[in-house]
Design a protein. Structure first.
Length: 157
């Protein structure tokens, strides 16, 4: 299975989600999942946001080697599951590849079971104070852990 996380710049939310899922799946011994991330803004070669790098290290994974990259149609074709941060990212995916839209989920769909039809965006904390960034990444990490649980137990993702 290949999972692709998508945000705007691929410098904060999606690389953090990618690293977090890789760590959680490793911790629970769930293999055979390929994980990647990309951004809708087409930024290439940028380091992950310093706050994301610091928080990742505090939580046991490393984003030091991450470099941003723009989302491509090839990414969408390869991905079995595309997890986006906001509705605008979901719309962007659908505009690039109509078939990929059916495999695209908002990350907060994994926040909790049975939360209803309207799923909120995971807002972009870039440039915000550290406490706001931490709050958003805590929420993102919970969503990723729930996704990992579903993957391990063969539940629908």
């Amino acid at each position: 299975m290949e999972i692709l996380f998508v945000c705007s710049g691929n410098i904060l939310r999606s690389p953090f989600a990618e690293g977090s899922l890789r760590k959680v799946l490793g911790d629970i011994g769930h293999a055979n999942v390929s994980i990647a991330s990309a951004g809708t803004l087409g930024l290439n070669g940028y380091l992950a946001d310093p706050a994301a790098r610091t928080l990742a290290l505090e939580r046991g994974f490393d984003l030091q080697g991450h470099r941003s990259r723009g989302l491509t149609t090839e990414d969408l074709v390869r991905a079995d599951l595309i997890v986006v941060m906001e509705q605008m990212h979901k719309d962007f995916v659908a505009a690039l590849d109509v078939a990929a839209a059916a495999r695209t989920r908002l990350v907060r769909e994994y926040e909790k079971e049975g939360q209803g039809a309207k799923v909120p965006d995971l807002r972009d904390p870039i440039g915000k104070p550290r406490d706001e960034i931490v709050a958003i990444l805590d929420l993102l990490e919970r969503c990723v852990q729930n996704l990992a649980f579903r993957l391990k137990h063969g539940r629908e993702v």
